[in-house]
Design a protein around this ligand. Sequence first.
Ligand code: URA
Length: 239
Amino acid sequence: MTQMRLQKYLAHAGVASRRASEELIRQGRVEVNGKVVTDMGISVLETDSIRVDGKNISNEQQIEDKVYIVLNKPAGYVSSARDQFGRPTVVDLVQDINSRLYPVGRLDYDTSGLIILTNDGDFTYRLTHPKHEIDKVYEALVSGIPSKSEIERFESGLEIEDYVTAPAKLSLLSAKGNNAIIRVTIHEGKNRQVRKMCEAIGHKVLTLKRISIGPIALKNLPEGKWRRLSPEEVKSLYQ
Ligand code: URA
């Protein structure tokens, strides 16, 4: 999602020329997210709410040429636009979108669940940058039943290869024979992180599914199907 100077944004939205827009800002007639802005230097995002003389400037139109979709990835698909081994990719599942889409972050070949695809490189960069600490929630079937002390170790940080994981959450949802269904929340995105964390406390992941990223949840989207994110949902991911 592109960031631009406020006066340029106003000019793009057809409010006035860039110079006349500067004058509107100077006169205190422009609000960004509910606050009057008189500073000429500020940058805004397409998802910010901009008002001139109290009137909302529509930014939906500017979002329109960008595509944001959420897909329920089945296991057995790679999360890239192409695969060197010719395996099916997540992009194969959204062929009826007439734009070149890329996955935001990755899910392993054998992991299913929520993945976002977009043609907006800036959005991808922001969403995958570790400093944003967006929660990702997974459900997993693991071997055995994690004990209280194992859960505590999982949640307070585990040494994995050359790093220590950030605080995470693990809840036991139910037992399935000798195995357990668990819910895990992490905000990092290291390679095979959930699998490695579970293995580090002695429980192998048998199946893994991502059910949400920040405010966006899979809910009842069927496996292999996708839907567009609404402008409000895109905005909520920025917040
Ligand atoms: N953690 C994993 O181990 N695999 C994924 O696909 C995502 C998170």
